[in-house]
Design a protein around this ligand. Structure first.
Ligand code: NAD
Ligand code: UD1
Length: 351
């Protein structure tokens, strides 16, 4: 795939060449759409270990713009260096990583190796090529079990699984890098629960295995791929006893990356933002919303709690609103309608 240098300005910032590691994945592909629609040039590096190149073809179909795609592993020093050397990259959005909590408990070394080594290689290559603007995909999982909600960015951190710790370690590595050289500009974005899909049903979340997360699981029950949802516990201290989370539409999240890039252009140093909606919904509320959006019944069974789950987690996103001028605009009805459209139009994902 080739970049087309059509170059129209996206409003507030100059047209940028943006490298997206992991850009073929769920959040990356949606962010590609937003960046291309704002006139930026997108270069994707992804080894497709948890995604398909078809997602990028669909992005090109949605936007009518081209993407330059490198199917490479982020841990390959010379290749990452070549890409940074050969393109005049203005900023990197670093999505690439393994993200299953359960898998990280079984295979901690693989998780640390992939997520941390990949980041080190990327930072070295960026440094060597004088590219010092980075947006990093962190997670609300760094807060562990929060003592109060909504969660502010200065709340104590304490993830309790290898995946979450890999995110926190990377945040610390990037902080040390910034402290050693303050010409870096780094935005650490702590995502809450990304859900939904681009409206139109062409791109969405495509779990390669049995879904771990609630929304893709509900979608697959609705479309008849899975027989019923298991709800992990109804005895939490929440209004209906089921877990409460901050479900953020992936398009709102994708837009947050554009705001973060615009912030980096103003030379802010190292900054951390929660990207969430500020509202919490229970599992049962999400089931009801999905039934309404899809017109399908979602059979479910209450089972025991999932190890490592917390009762309640939602963001205080006011800092991002104040500093980035960003806020989530889409609610759970839109989340469910868009997730359903993607699932209904692509019952087997990108296959
Ligand atoms: P995803 O798995 O769909 O995308 C990650 C992409 O990174 C995949 O396309 C994968 O092939 C690629 N990748 C992984 N290791 C790589 C490597 N060594 N070299 C090159 N490419 C590699 O996941 P996503 O949901 O889009 O998440 C993107 C980022 O956001 C991840 O870092 C994830 O940890 C983080 N995050 C996700 C969520 C969520 O719920 N989806 C929540 C918080 C944070
Ligand atoms: C999970 C991860 C978290 C990661 C996030 C986004 C765990 C313990 N946490 O968060 O680190 O950042 O995904 O990728 O895996 N639920 C069910 N039935 C299901 C699936 C989920 O009842 O089949 C419930 C859960 O108990 C929870 C809620 O739905 O209350 C949301 O679960 P999920 O979508 O997996 O997200 P998190 O647990 O918040």
């Amino acid at each position: 795939m080739e970049v087309q240098h059509k170059g129209h300005d996206g409003g507030q910032t100059e047209t940028m060449n943006i490298l997206l590691t992991g850009g073929a994945g769920y959040i990356g592909s949606h962010t590609c759409v937003i960046l291309l629609e704002h006139g930026h040039h997108v270069i994707v590096l992804d080894n497709l270990c948890n995604s398909k190149a078809a997602s990028l073809k669909r992005v090109q179909k949605i936007t009518g713009k081209n993407i330059l795609f490198y199917q490479k592993d982020l841990r390959n020093k010379s290749e990452v260096n070549e890409i940074l050397k050969n393109h005049s990259i203005d900023a990197v959005i670093h999505f690439a990583g393994l993200k299953s909590v359960a898998e990280s408990v079984d295979q901690p070394l693989r998780y640390y190796q992939n997520n941390i080594d990949g980041t080190l290689v990327l930072c070295e290559a960026m440094q060597a090529n004088g590219v010092k603007n980075m947006v990093f995909s962190s997670s609300a999982t760094v807060y562990g079990n929060p003592s109060t909600v909504p969660i502010k960015e200065n709340a104590p951190v304490g993830p309790f699984n290898p995946y979450g710790r890999s995110k926190l370690f990377i945040e610390e590595i990037l902080t040390d890098l910034y402290l050693s050289d303050k010409s870096w500009n780094i935005a650490l974005l702590r995502y809450f629960n990304p859900v939904g899909a681009h409206p139109g049903g062409l791109i969405g979340e495509d779990p390669s295995d049995l879904p771990n997360n609630l929304m893709p699981y509900i979608s697959q029950v609705a479309v008849g791929k899975l027989p019923q949802l298991q709800i992990y516990g109804d005895d939490y201290e929440t209004p209906d006893g089921t877990g409460v989370r901050d479900y953020i539409h992936v398009m709102d999240l994708a837009e947050g990356h554009l705001n973060a890039l615009e912030k980096l252009a103003s030379d802010p140093g190292l900054v951390t933002y929660n990207l969430g909606t500020g509202k919490g919904y229970s599992v049962l509320e999400m089931v009801t919303a999905f039934e309404k959006a899809s017109g399908k019944q979602i059979p479910y069974k209450i089972v025991g709690r999932r190890p490592g789950d917390i009762p309640t987690c939602y963001a205080d996103p006011s800092f991002a609103e104040k500093e980035l001028g960003w806020m989530a605009r889409r609610g759970i009805d839109e989340v469910c309608a868009d997730a359903w459209q993607w699932q209904y139009m692509n019952p087997k994902g990108y296959v």
